[in-house]
Design a protein. Structure first.
Length: 317
C-alpha cells in the first residue's frame, strides 16, 4: 500500500466546529461529510441517474483530454479532492502517450479516497510515480512542495461550488502563490440551469444522498463526543435562487438537546435546520470575477452541448 504523507496542521478545530452549532443559524463544516463511509457514499451518489455532474464532466474529459494536455504540457499532475481519480485517469492516459515520466500527486482529507486514487492510477501505468498527501486544501495548500517542472492542477467535480466568495478567493489566491508561469489549473464547474434538474441531483430516488448527509452526524459524534441521533433529522436540499446555490440541511424532526463534553448543551427546536453543504451553480460572470481577484485568468473553455457544465483551463495573469 502506498504511503500517505499527512501534511495537515495539528490544529484544534473543535472550538470552531462547536461554535458553528451554537449559532442562531447552525452549520457543520462540509469537510466532515468525507470520512471513509462518506467518501464511499459520495462515489455511489456519482453513479445515480440524477447526479449528472460526474457523467457530463467525464464525457468532457473523454472528448478534450488530449487537447488539454497538449495545451498544458504537464510533467506533474496535482489533484485536489481526488476521490477515486476515475476522471483524472483520462488526462493521465492522454499525457503518458507522449510523456512517460509523468508524476501524479493527490491531496485529500480522506485516507479511503487517497487509496482509491492510488489503485485507479496504477491501473493506467504501474511505473508512474504517485505522491499521496492527507490534508485540507483550504488550510494546507501552503505545504505543497514547489517544483520547476510544468504542473497541471486539477480541481474537478465543481468542488469550488462548496465555497462562498471569500473561501473561493482564499483557495484560488493561495493556489496562485504556488503556481509557476508554465502551470495550469483545470477547473470543473457546474453551471446555472433548470432548477428541477439541479435539485434532483441532491435528492436521488435511492436515498443515497440522504445517508451521505446524515453520516456527518456520526462523524462529529465520534470526533467531538456528541450525542446527535440521525433518526431525529431528515435530509433537505433546496435551491436558493438569490445565491444561485443548492443548500443541503439536516432538519430536526423533534425538539431535543445536544450535550457537549464541556457539560454545556444546546437545544435544537423541531423544524430547525443545520447547514451541511452549499453547492453553487456558476455563470461566467461570477467565475471570471473570482479568478480576477485571485490573479488568474481563463485560457480555454470546454462545455457540453447543453452547457450544463464547464471545464476551464486557467493560467496566472
Amino acid at each position: 500500500m502506498q504511503k500517505i504523507l499527512n501534511i495537515s496542521e495539528k490544529r484544534i478545530l473543535k472550538k470552531k466546529t462547536l461554535s458553528s452549532l451554537k449559532n442562531i443559524f447552525k452549520s457543520i463544516p462540509t469537510k466532515y461529510l468525507y470520512d471513509e463511509k462518506g467518501s464511499k457514499l459520495f462515489e455511489d451518489i456519482c453513479n445515480t441517474k440524477e447526479y449528472y455532474l460526474t457523467r457530463v464532466e467525464e464525457k468532457l474529459l473523454k472528448k478534450y483530454s488530449l487537447e488539454i494536455v497538449k495545451l498544458s504540457q504537464p510533467e506533474d499532475i496535482f489533484e485536489f479532492g481526488s476521490g477515486s481519480s476515475k476522471k483524472s485517469v483520462l488526462l493521465i492516459s492522454a499525457r503518458i502517450k507522449n510523456f512517460t515520466q509523468l508524476s501524479y500527486s493527490s491531496l485529500d482529507i480522506s485516507d479511503k479516497a487517497l487509496n482509491m486514487s492510488f489503485d485507479e492510477i496504477k491501473k493506467v501505468n504501474k511505473s508512474i510515480k504517485i505522491n499521496l498527501f492527507k490534508g485540507d486544501f483550504l488550510n494546507d495548500l501552503n505545504k505543497i512542495y514547489l517544483v520547476k517542472k510544468p504542473r497541471l492542477f486539477l480541481f474537478l467535480g465543481s468542488t469550488l461550488g462548496n465555497f462562498d466568495d471569500k473561501l473561493a478567493i482564499d483557495f484560488l489566491g493561495n493556489l496562485r502563490k504556488v503556481m509557476n508561469k508554465k502551470d495550469y489549473l483545470l477547473l470543473g464547474l457546474d453551471m446555472v440551469k433548470d432548477v428541477n434538474i439541479i435539485t434532483a441531483a441532491y435528492n436521488d430516488s435511492k436515498g443515497i444522498t440522504r445517508k451521505f448527509n446524515k453520516n456527518i452526524l456520526s462523524v462529529i459524534n465520534k470526533k467531538y463526543q456528541l450525542n446527535f441521533k440521525k433518526n431525529n433529522f431528515e435530509h433537505k436540499a433546496e435551491f436558493n435562487s438569490d445565491k444561485s446555490q443548492v443548500e443541503m440541511f439536516l432538519k430536526s424532526k423533534i425538539k431535543h438537546n445536544i450535550e457537549f463534553s464541556d457539560n454545556s448543551n444546546i437545544q435544537i427546536e423541531a423544524g430547525e435546520r443545520i447547514l451541511t453543504e452549499i453547492s453553487r451553480k456558476f455563470s461566467f460572470t461570477i467565475i471570471e470575477k473570482l479568478l480576477e481577484k485571485s490573479g488568474l485568468k481563463i485560457e480555454r473553455k470546454f462545455q457540453d452541448n447543453k452547457k450544463f457544465y464547464s471545464l476551464l483551463l486557467i493560467r496566472t495573469t
